[in-house]
Design a protein around this ligand. Sequence first.
Ligand code: NDP
Length: 245
Amino acid sequence: MTLVGKKALVTGGSRGIGAAIAKTLATDGADVAITYEKSKDQADAVVADIKRLGRFAVALKADSADIGAIQTSVDRAAAELGGLDILVNNAGIIRMNDLADISIEDVQALLDVNVRGPIITSKFALAHLKEGGSIITIGSFFADRVPYGSLGVYAATKSALTAFNQGLARELGPKGITANIVQPGSIDTDMNPAHGPFSDPMRQLTASGRFGEGVEIGHAVAYLASEKARYVTGTTLTVDGGANA
Ligand code: NDP
């Protein structure tokens, strides 16, 4: 229970890794707000799960590509939680296509949700975060290794987060706020199912021989948000079953 009394906002917390992060933070003692874009029923189910743990939870509809919605959701999260200690930039999308074939709309959506979203969400969160706070951004092991050409644009959005995070850590260090990235490998979600069309080659990339579970990303996030990680900032924690080994 390393996060008792902490207040966390997790973007894209209705499904997959974000839902697992939200529930892991709550299991460790935090109150949690999540955002979602489309999956209201699943967001409500995550809130119910967290409340069963005895923690406060709220779900806020906010498209991470919509700057106004981001601002409203960050401010509402802080108001409902009674402050903000932890921001987890998790919401993300994938579009797989070679550059020759990918649409301009898909390039724009990737940049808006995966890059501008975390940057703007972090910017609005600065008004609420204080000493002891943390920003954790979910990148991807594809920031370091791009095994397929069709992943190039998606991978570029994730590697952009590395430089953003480093600058953020420099800016926030004097305020006692940490900024770090967690880079998942293949985690069994709707985005990357363990039994989907790409699962066998993705599994073969790993040293562990298996897909990871969302909770395994949740534990990494919970560590970076905890007092135990106060000297850890500006860095990247890759949790990929050895896929980049
Ligand atoms: P899923 O597609 O399973 O879930 C995505 C989550 O993000 C949902 O809660 C979804 O909410 C939300 N979301 C998507 N678009 C938006 C948006 N525009 N505004 C607000 N919320 C949005 O993905 P994962 O859980 O697998 O991925 C989560 C993060 O982890 C992403 O950043 C992804 O890039 C990263 N990642 C995932 C890996 C994997 O193997 N699964 C590997 C490496 C990185 P809703 O349903 O309500 O739209």
